[in-house]
Design a protein around this ligand. Structure first.
Ligand code: E4P
Length: 214
């Protein structure tokens, strides 16, 4: 399973990258806005750290605008993946950019029908949003599983990014179902690291060692 970090925070990215477990980063306009820094230089800084796929999202909602922004974004770094929201214009833009070998992550996927269209348009990645579906009483993980089934059944070159991940239980389901990629908030990676029995075990080892060496 590939692990992406879902953040635009440079410190978080540096920390997780230093662990040697990071395959990529996803950002979105909300995450970028939260950092209150220049968009392009933030993306450049992230690419320089990660040296792997970094999703940067277009703001335009029309086909021409998306293409213009995408062509600017890929100039920032060879690692930029253009993130395009799933709309009719977004689909058209994805086909255009994919034909030019510009990798696209189609985002805001909320149904298997959207997923198959994104794959057919040549998206390099599709991002089903697990947590936001859970929030409205649907089974978000079911969608991510369906997306992976579509890709595997038809042999699309697209990879599935389980997005909008909220807790380690989501990560467990992503692994159990062989979903290609999980994009995780920093908090979830830290939760994955932790187990109370590990902490208790270390404490016990150290106190036994101390007592034996008095
Ligand atoms: C995916 O690429 C998005 O950035 C992200 O996972 C959205 O998650 P949220 O629902 O927690 O905002």
């Amino acid at each position: 399973m590939q692990i992406f970090l879902d953040t635009a925070n440079i410190e978080e990215i540096k920390e997780i990258s230093s662990l040697g477990i990071l395959d990529g980063v996803t950002t979105n306009p909300s995450l970028i806005a939260k950092e209150k820094k220049d968009f392009k230089s933030t993306i450049k800084a992230i690419c320089d750290i990660v040296k792997g796929p970094v999703s940067a999202e277009v703001i335009a909602t029309d086909y021409e605008g998306m293409i213009t922004e995408a062509e600017e974004l890929v100039k920032i770094s060879e690692y930029v993946v253009v993130k395009i929201p799933f709309t009719l214009d977004g689909l058209k833009a994805t086909r255009y950019l994919s034909d030019k070998d510009i990798p696209v992550n189609m985002t805001l996927i909320f149904s298997p029908n959207q997923a198959v269209l994104a794959c057919k348009a040549g998206a390099r990645y599709i991002s089903p949003f697990v947590g936001r579906l859970d929030d409205i009483g649907h089974d978000g993980m079911e969608l991510a599983i369906q997306c992976q089934d579509i890709v595997d059944t038809y042999g699309y070159e697209t990879e599935v990014i389980a997005a909008s991940v909220r807790h380690p239980e989501h990560v467990l389901k992503i692994m159990e179902n062989g979903i290609d990629i999980a994009t995780l908030p920093h908090k979830v990676v830290m939760q994955m690291l932790k187990h109370p029995l590990t902490d208790i075990g270390i404490e016990k080892f150290l106190s036994d060692w101390k007592n034996a060496n008095k």
